[in-house]
Design a protein around this ligand. Structure first.
Ligand code: 5GP
Length: 194
């Protein structure tokens, strides 16, 4: 098991509805040493790529992506959830359905912060059905920027997002892939990775 899988086994809580709660170390209370290690691991996995900018989505992606951006020495841009119906032409927009809240949000990135030809690393905390990632890919490509890869902290491999995004040809690196989890026994099975 790698450092993250060990932590998930120790402190993760399996909830009903295929939700894994990691709020004691990742997305509510945050273990900063673990975040640093996550940042270093993504730098190692995407070391061969040119990265100009890291992009994520608010809210829980921001903390993690900040450490990744620091490792690459580049800015972090996060897509904002917007309730406004009248979004002006200064924004790139995508519609994203929230896996955890089951509602739809428009997410926006200002055209000032994403440019044609930039090399982008997309980062998020979870990959489930892939809506968040598809929204970020769509925004990046609307700008004429290049998706160099997607860095996911925890992929739920029993949901379809990872397969869909990889089949679209994107390079997805997930630090932990949960292939099965059982709320009753608390057992988590990880996919073997190199
Ligand atoms: P997707 O868009 O791939 O269906 O879901 C990914 C998004 O939903 C992530 O940005 C994450 O915030 C949230 N999410 C999906 N599954 C889980 C989960 O099991 N636990 C937590 N805490 N968040 C999740």
């Amino acid at each position: 098991m790698n450092f993250l899988e060990e932590r998930i086994v120790k402190d993760g809580i399996i909830k009903s509805g295929n939700v894994l709660k990691v709020d004691s170390f990742l997305n509510h209370q945050m273990d900063i040493s673990l975040m640093e290690e996550i940042g270093r691991e993504f730098k190692r996995r995407f070391a061969h790529k040119t990265i100009d900018k890291v992009i994520t989505i608010e809210a829980s992606g921001i903390g993690i992506a900040a450490f990744v951006a620091k490792e690459f020495g580049v800015p972090l841009v996060f897509a904002k959830k917007s309730k406004s119906i009248n979004i002006d032409g200064d924004m790139y927009v995508a519609e994203v359905e929230s896996f955890t809240h089951k509602n739809k949000n428009q997410v926006i990135v200002s055209k000032r912060f994403l440019h044609e030809g930039e090399h982008i690393l997309i980062v998020d905390d979870f990959l489930a059905n892939g809506c968040a990632l598809q929204g970020l890919i769509s925004i990046t490509e609307s700008a004429g920027a290049v998706v160099e890869g997607c860095g996911i902290v925890i992929e739920k491999g029993f949901q379809f997002g990872g397969r869909v995004i990889r089949n679209m040809g994107y390079h997805v690196e997930s630090l932990a892939i949960v292939d099965a989890m059982d709320a009753e026994s608390g057992k988590i099975t990880f996919r073997a990775q190199d």
